[in-house]
Design a protein around this ligand. Structure first.
Ligand code: HEM
Length: 275
């Protein structure tokens, strides 16, 4: 992961300033990590990244959304077929040795590729934005990356909600939920619950944020959360260490949260620095 991060920081250093950190660093780093893990051949990675980033966009017609879904599915189906013929040292190849069917393998690959990219990319971008707009935050991150990352996850909560279905009639906070009904759980709201996190709107990188629900909760909580944590703990400190004078190239107020996607984040983060 360090090698992947350093390689992209080299590419950032070589660009003419201002540089968009989303395009040059926040998106390609998790894309490459997930591709290495699953065993996506190097030549196909750009195609995969384009399709996968399209998956969660909301600013499209249902037909365009279905086309994005099909494109990633087809991509993974080809990948599974290739691993069956020529297994290598990667997760999908390892799974082909199990008794999973092709359909199951394609679905597993699809979920892993889809779930691990836009989420981590947006946490990297929002994490960088936060470090650049909170004086002293970069020093705390370098000293206590574990604590700082948990607080960034709590504070930003990039997945807005998760859904659960009641298996039996249940009463929750005075509200009756009948068996079979669905409940939408608002994760950012839970992560800003003052009963759990005092002054919840304040970013405090040293606060004990354990127990936040940015990765969901229970048996279906995020399968990739440890991978995501390591990515954030490697990539964010590396960024601020490599470019100590890194700063936004535009006023912070001009960095707007993107509207057309399920995953919260920013589409562009223009930065500059002194040599
Ligand atoms: C900062 C990055 C990430 C965030 C904020 C995030 C967040 C989430 C959330 C909120 C859920 C729903 C959990 C629930 O319903 O309780 C989820 C599920 C999931 N995530 Fe992540 N995720 C991240 C990165 C990843 C990565 C890197 C991977 C895989 C490589 C991944 C794979 C999955 C999978 C497979 C599920 C479905 C789990 C299940 O339904 O049993 N995620 N994630």
């Amino acid at each position: 992961m360090r090698e992947i991060v350093d390689e992209h920081l080299d590419a950032v250093a070589g660009e003419s300033r201002p540089v968009d950190l989303v395009r040059t660093w926040a998106q390609p780093v998790p894309a490459q990590v997930i591709c290495e893990l699953l065993g996506v051949p190097y030549a196909n990675r750009a195609r995969f990244q384009g399709h996968a980033l399209d998956l969660f966009r909301l600013d499209r017609t249902p037909e365009q959304a279905a086309a994005a879904y099909s494109a990633v599915h087809e991509f993974v189906r080809d990948l599974v077929a290739a691993k069956r013929v020529a297994p290598a040292d990667d997760l999908l190849s390892g799974l082909t040795a199990s008794d999973l069917t092709d359909e199951e393998l394609v679905n597993i690959g699809f979920v892993l590729l889809g779930a691990g990219l836009d989420t981590t990319a947006n946490m990297l971008a929002l994490g960088a934005f936060t470090l650049l707009t909170h004086p002293g935050a970069a020093d705390v991150l370098r000293a206590e990356p574990g604590w700082a990352i948990e607080e960034l996850l709590r504070y930003h909560s990039v997945i807005p909600f998760t859904v659960r279905a009641a298996l039996a009639d249940v009463e929750l906070d005075g509200e009756r939920i009948a068996a079979g009904e669905c409940v939408t759980v608002c994760l950012p709201e839970a992560n800003r619950d003052p009963a759990r996190f005092p002054d919840p709107d304040v970013l405090d990188l040293l606060r004990p944020s354990a127990g936040h629900v940015a990765f969901g909760h229970g048996v279906h909580q995020c399968l990739g959360q440890q991978l995501a944590r390591v990515e954030l703990q490697v990539a964010l400190p590396a960024l601020v260490t490599r470019f100590p004078s890194l700063r936004l190239a535009v006023p912070a107020a001009d960095v707007t949260m993107r509207a057309g996607s399920l995953v919260r984040g920013v589409d562009e983060l223009l930065v500059t620095w002194e040599d």
